[in-house]
Write a protein that binds this ligand. Structure first.
Ligand SMILES: [Zn+2]
Ligand SMILES: [Zn+2]
Length: 170
C-alpha cells in the first residue's frame, strides 16, 4: 500500500515561502498505533507545509477518537484527542526536535502517530468530579455512598491540620 503521507518536497525546498496543503483521510491501520484506546477508523490529516529557512514547517491540527475507562470508577469513557501541530522537517537535522527529510521525501506518518499518542489522556475521567469507587468495598460512590468508614488519607498537611486544630481548641 502506498504511503499517503509521504510527500515529495523537491518543489517546496527549491524556493523559500512555497506552500503545500496535505488534505487526506488516512486509514488508522496505516499508523500501527498498537494501542487499544484508539477507536478511530480514519484519521483526517489536514496539514500545511511551508518552506522556511532551514527546513519545512508543518502546521495544522489533528484529532482522533479514543475510548478508555474512567481512572477512578472504571466506567467507559470516550473522547476526541485534539492537538495543534507545529513541527519542523529538515534535510540536515540541526534542530533536536526536527524530523528528517529523506532524499526529497518527507514522511508525516511517524510525526502524526507520535503527537496523537501523546495527546491520549493518561488518567481519563468520566466527569471532573467523579468520586470514584470506595477503596474498601468497591461501591461506585457516584451512585450511592457506602457504609464503610472513611479511609484516613495521610498527607503532608495532616500534621499541620492537627496542630492547627490543637491551637484553636486551646
Ligand atoms: Zn468515573
Ligand atoms: Zn465502601
Amino acid at each position: 500500500m502506498a504511503n499517503p503521507l509521504l510527500v515529495n518536497v523537491a518543489e517546496l525546498t527549491r524556493r523559500a515561502g512555497s506552500e503545500k496543503l496535505i488534505d487526506v483521510a488516512v486509514d488508522v491501520n496505516h499508523f500501527d498505533f498498537d494501542d487499544q484506546r484508539v477507536t478511530a477508523t480514519e484519521i483526517p490529516i489536514r496539514l500545511h507545509l511551508e518552506s522556511v529557512n532551514g527546513g519545512i514547517a508543518v502546521r495544522g491540527e489533528l484529532s482522533m477518537e479514543w475510548s478508555d475507562q474512567c481512572s477512578r470508577c472504571l466506567k467507559p469513557v470516550q473522547g476526541v484527542a485534539t492537538t495543534v501541530v507545529n513541527e519542523l522537517y529538515q534535510q540536515v537535522v540541526t534542530d533536536p526536535d526536527a524530523y528528517e527529510i529523506v532524499g526529497e521525501q518527507l514522511d508525516l506518518s511517524p510525526m502524526v502517530r507520535e503527537v496523537l499518542l501523546l495527546e491520549l489522556p493518561t488518567l481519563p475521567l468520566c466527569a471532573p468530579e467523579c468520586p470514584g469507587l470506595c477503596t474498601v468495598c468497591g461501591a461506585d460512590l457516584a451512585v450511592a455512598p457506602c457504609n464503610c468508614a472513611p479511609v484516613e488519607k495521610s498527607s503532608p498537611w495532616d500534621a499541620l491540620d492537627a496542630l492547627k486544630g490543637r491551637l484553636s481548641n486551646d
